[in-house]
Design a protein around this ligand. Structure first.
Ligand SMILES: C[S@@+](CC[C@H](N)C(=O)[O-])C[C@H]1O[C@@H](n2cnc3c(N)ncnc32)[C@H](O)[C@@H]1O
Length: 258
């Protein structure tokens, strides 16, 4: 298996060529079946077809994931509950339902404006990696009972979208914030581990994985996105394009503060 490389092709086909139990962490952001135009592929399948596609690629993931490996899957609200069931059917164990909350986005006039997407967090086995100390955020209060190394960030993550005007924005319609991937990769892998993104798009996962000293593999059917990813990865840096605003807060309170 070649690591630290990108593959142009279908995720299921490419994963067939990866050895069983060779991947420590999968960060997957599949098409949500909402009709997005990804250049050479349109994200619109019959519901049944989309379910079959989801089952097939997750079966491949379950095969290549190491025991005690982890998978995070991004998904829109319309399919998330079905995705949950399919992940369980693959023999994976639930470990969290993360809500990515963004403060800006499309406005609606006939309903509430959408302000979140969800991420399902499943593991294979009983002893998955979880490096809590690497992802802590400042405590809100200085109190003796609080851990002064910081707090667990919880399961609602606040990161802004990569705005169309921002310098980091690539020519891809659903680029994810690097800060979100940073948290997943720091928490659920160690330096030297292998991180796989079967739907790599503009290369966010691989860029962050490389910056954090992990090995990486990315797959996408669109060769233009693979070229964007290659350029991005070559310029990887640890200055990620987004941070959780809570990470910058100043802890307050406590008479016992020294
Ligand atoms: C939601 S986007 C991923 C965005 C990515 N997380 C980023 O930050 O740029 C999904 C990607 O999956 C790709 N794709 C669609 N069907 C695929 C398939 N069968 N195998 C591999 N990639 C596929 C699309 O071209 C698109 O770039």
């Amino acid at each position: 298996m070649e690591i630290d490389r990108l593959y142009v092709g279908d995720a299921i086909e490419v994963m067939r060529g990866l050895p069983q139990r060779s991947i420590d962490l999968v960060c997957a952001d599949p098409p949500y079946n909402l009709g997005k135009n990804y250049g050479n592929n349109i994200d619109k399948k019959e519901r049944r077809q989309y379910e079959d596609f989801t089952r097939d690629w997750l079966q491949s993931v379950a095969r290549v994931l190491k025991d005690n490996g982890t998978i995070y899957v991004f998904m829109g609200v319309r399919f998330i509950s079905r995705l949950y069931v399919i992940l369980e059917e693959m023999g994976l164990s639930f470990n969290g339902w993360i809500t990515w909350h963004y403060t800006q986005g499309m406005g609606r006039t006939k309903g509430f404006s959408p302000r979140h997407e969800d991420i399902l967090y499943f593991v294979k086995g009983k002893y998955p990696t979880f490096n809590l100390d690497d992802i802590r955020i400042p405590q809100k209060y200085y109190r003796e009972r609080n851990n002064m190394k910081g707090a667990n960030p919880g399961d609602v993550w606040q990161f802004s979208h990569v705005h169309y005007c921002s310098q980091e924005r690539e020519d891809h319609p659903t680029q994810k914030p690097e800060g979100v991937l940073e948290r997943m990769i720091r928490a659920s892998s160690n330096p030297g581990d292998v991180v796989l993104d079967p739907f790599v798009g503009s290369g966010t996962t691989c860029k962050v994985a490389r910056s954090l000293g992990r090995h990486w593999i990315g797959i996408d059917t669109n060769p233009d996105y693979i070229s964007i990813s290659e350029k991005r990865i070559a310029h990887s840096t640890t200055l990620f394009d987004s941070v959780d605003p809570r990470a910058n807060r100043t802890p307050v309170d406590s008479k016992s503060r020294s």
